[in-house]
Design a protein around this ligand. Sequence first.
Ligand SMILES: [Zn+2]
Length: 167
Amino acid sequence: MHIGLFGERRARPPEHQASRDSNWGFCHFNNIAMSVEKLRQKSHIGKAFIVDIDLCCGDRTANTFTGNSDIAYFHVDGVNRDNYLNNLSKFLETQKGYDLLAVSAGFDRHQQDWGGLLTTSDYFTIGKMIRESALGECSGRRYAVLEGGYNHMVLGENVKAFLQGME
Ligand SMILES: [Zn+2]
């Protein structure tokens, strides 16, 4: 979190490595964990799946819901583009019965970012997979929060491609 000259507070993603009482990896407020927990506490959802497409595992998101059978966390990984997309596809196909699909949308696995793997059009594909899965399983209920992504020359295009797939 940056506290500016005029007292404004800005949180810059990522946040999936922050927990209730500790933080690392530039993370301070775990937006995905807080939002899903809030929806659950208010009984807007029963069961939710959190899909994390960031390069880094959202360990604190996973830890937040350890032992809670209503909230599942999945960090997508893969040794190459096809493997990564197939792993996500398989996960989405096998998971059933959720009320919400929430995405930790990190873009640091892009070819011009730390991960050096995915193309911008892959983010469109990922967004589309999320959309279709949510439409099939939970009346389309889905949202994403921004996580990592450190090359500002490509971050905007990647976020845009993902959102175009998601909408
Ligand atoms: Zn990351």
